[in-house]
Design a protein around this ligand. Structure first.
Ligand code: ADP
Ligand code: MG
Length: 352
């Protein structure tokens, strides 16, 4: 009887493979927004307009003025593991948000996806994908950049649909994602619109492209997103150690919060949630804050991509430093220095 109920091994088709991958890449509308906005940033966009309806469940639209996709490449952009961002020879040499070539095919597997785009020297073109099946590329009207429209997310995967939260909660998650990315890109303008019910919709967040040097731009952008109180109480951080550059703003201890922590950490422009870095931030304020208070800061670490592995997780909010102690030490010493100096200035002002 051996072999009678032998399982059969089958090769899954692309649609099924993409749907499985989508489970990792697209958890909820906000993760789709993150992938699409990151693509727009990677494309060099200076303006990114994001619209959503019903918490992003029925519609997400991202319009950018970036480099666009050539008509001949539209099909490839929707194909699995096809990317213009790396050639695969060095997975530690990554300068863009994207590199896996997974987002668009995944989104096309779990929603109705339409991409309209125009590159220099070509007419605009449009492609759609539904249920994993692509249409032919057709001519379209667009003066430049790219419009990605994603409708009815998870319509093909009802199990996922059930796990979505209220429109309000999903809209909040979208707003958080957009604000986080906007912090890291002060020279890019962002508009977020709720278009539930059709029409022009309602602008829920807007920040114009900042000008000036990086610190001016960042200060302006952080004030716009975290509030002027944060900006008024923020110390400029600018330090370098062994190839790691730390910049950003950290708030005076008096601005600290009991809850609702405003801690934003970025590595090479990527928003990260990293225990090591959060621990370093806490450590830096150790002598300046009571235990139940949380420091507020927006900090950016820039380094050679070889010094940090961003290839840890598809959602990519984790990173792995080659030398974790170096990153920690840099944050602790730079912030302590800034805090001590501010304290010194304050006390001499009082004394004088
Ligand atoms: P990845 O970002 O990892 O390369 P994606 O599936 O997100 O994978 O996108 C596939 C490809 O489509 C990208 O490498 C890029 O060439 C192109 N692309 C996607 N979105 C845009 C956009 N907004 N503007 C220009 N090109 C884009
Ligand atoms: Mg991408």
């Amino acid at each position: 009887k051996i072999g009678e109920n032998r399982p059969v091994i089958r090769q899954l088709d692309d649609a099924a493979i993409n749907r499985i991958a989508a489970g990792e890449v697209v958890e909820r509308p906000a993760s789709a927004v993150k992938e699409l906005v990151e693509n727009a940033i990677d494309a060099g966009a200076r303006r990114i307009d994001i619209s959503y309806a019903d918490g992003g469940k029925t519609l997400i639209r991202v319009v950018d003025d970036g480099c666009g996709i050539a008509p001949d490449d539209l099909g490839l952009a929707l194909s699995r593991h096809a990317t213009s961002k790396i050639d695969g020879s060095d997975l530690l040499d990554i300068h863009t948000f994207g590199f896996r070539g997974e987002a668009l095919p995944s989104l096309g597997a779990v929603g109705r996806l339409k991409i309209t785009s125009r590159v220099l020297d070509h007419d605009a073109a449009v492609i759609s994908v539904e249920g994993g099946h692509m249409t032919a590329v057709k001519p379209a009207a667009l003066s430049g950049g790219t419009i990605v429209e994603l409708r009815d997310l998870f319509y093909a995967t009802p199990a996922r649909l059930k796990f979505m939260r209220t429109d309000r909660a999903e809209a909040q998650a979208i707003t958080d994602v957009v604000k986080r990315l906007a912090m890291a890109e002060p020279f890019v303008g962002f508009t977020l619109r709720d278009v539930s019910g059709g029409g022009e919709g309602r602008v829920t967040f807007r920040t114009d492209a900042q000008t000036g040097d990086l610190f001016d731009a960042l200060h302006g952008r952080l004030g716009r997103i975290l509030g002027s109180e944060f900006a008024d109480n923020a110390l400029r951080i600018d330090a370098t150690r062994e190839g790691l550059h730390l910049t950003g703003y950290a708030a005076l201890p008096t601005y600290s919060r009991g809850s609702n922590v405003a801690q934003y950490l970025f590595v090479n422009g990527r928003p990260v949630k990293d225990k090591l870095l959060v621990g370093a931030l806490r450590g830096a304020y150790f002598d300046f804050l009571s235990r139940d208070r949380h420091p507020a800061a927006a900090l950016f670490i820039e380094c050679d991509p070889h010094l940090v592995d961003v290839n840890v997780h598809p959602a990519k909010s984790e990173v792995r430093f080659r030398d974790p102690g170096l990153a920690r030490g840099l944050i602790v010493s730079a912030l302590r220095h800034a805090l001590a100096e501010a304290g010194h200035r304050a006390s001499t002002t009082v004394a004088g």
